[in-house]
Design a protein around this ligand. Structure first.
Ligand code: SAM
Length: 225
């Protein structure tokens, strides 16, 4: 077994109990309004309990956020499904994910056939997720640093997803989108944010939609808090 699994008491075994719980979670998300079949299928495939210490496996398929260390959380499944749905992922899309965290959202994007560039600012989380994901057969490109500035070196992207709450939309991210590309970002104060989607319709033209309210951990960085 992998060193990391031994150290953290993480176990990568997908039993009937967890598979059953995952099916129920998919049904729950459907009832809550997630309609995209491909997104639901991806949620049905990714073993969310792999991101939990075995002691907490009974929490893994509840529709709740959960602490993952370093003061951060694994996002609520509904939130992951909601943001993913808004991205309208096509197979082969080049996606920038800002806020890797434990990598659950990353795995969902990979299940949908995206090429994922994911950036995390907390070194411990970055190191841990960089070990775990390839071990469970998910292979994004990992970056350590301040994602509020995007990753200009690899731009442009077809889609950009921000998984932490920003005070405003960092313009530098819009510059890194392809025309026809979509940015999904929660925007607001520390206590609550509105989900914002921005479709880039021309070099300097955008279509913006402000949607439901969420509560994310803050996006900390040069172009954020
Ligand atoms: N996507 C994760 C999941 O699947 O559950 C949850 C991510 S967590 C809600 C938000 C993450 O964004 C945290 O790990 C935090 O350290 C990270 N973060 C905050 N500001 C950042 C920044 N400027 N650049 C990169 N990561 C950032």
């Amino acid at each position: 077994m992998h060193n990391f699994a031994i150290q953290m008491a993480y176990k990568f075994v997908d039993n009937y109990r967890e598979q059953g719980a995952r099916k129920k979670l998919v049904e729950e998300l459907k009832k809550k309004g997630i309609a995209d079949e491909q997104v639901l299928q991806a949620i049905g495939k990714v073993p969310r309990h792999y991101f939990f210490d075995e002691t907490f496996w009974n929490q893994a398929y509840k529709d709740i956020a959960f602490p993952i260390g370093e003061g951060q959380t694994i996002s609520q499944p509904y939130t992951v499904a909601y943001q993913t749905e808004l991205l309208h992922i096509n197979k082969g899309d080049k996606v920038l994910e800002i806020g890797t965290g434990c990598g659950y959202q990353t795995c969902i994007l990979l299940e949908l056939g995206a090429k994922v560039y994911t950036i995390e600012r907390q070194e411990k989380l970055y190191e841990r997720t960089k070990q775990v994901l390839p071990h469970i057969k998910y292979k994004p490109k990992f970056f350590l640093g301040d994602g509020s500035k995007g990753i200009p070196l690899h731009a442009p992207y077809d889609k950009i997803i921000v998984t932490a709450g920003a005070p405003t939309v960092p313009e530098i991210l819009l510059d890194q989108l392809n025309i026809g590309g979509i940015l999904v970002i929660p925007v607001g104060d520390e206590n609550s944010q509105k989900m914002v989607t921005i479709l880039k319709t021309g070099e300097h033209d955008y279509e913006k939609h402000v949607l439901d309210t969420f509560r994310f951990v803050p996006l900390v960085g040069d172009k954020a808090w």
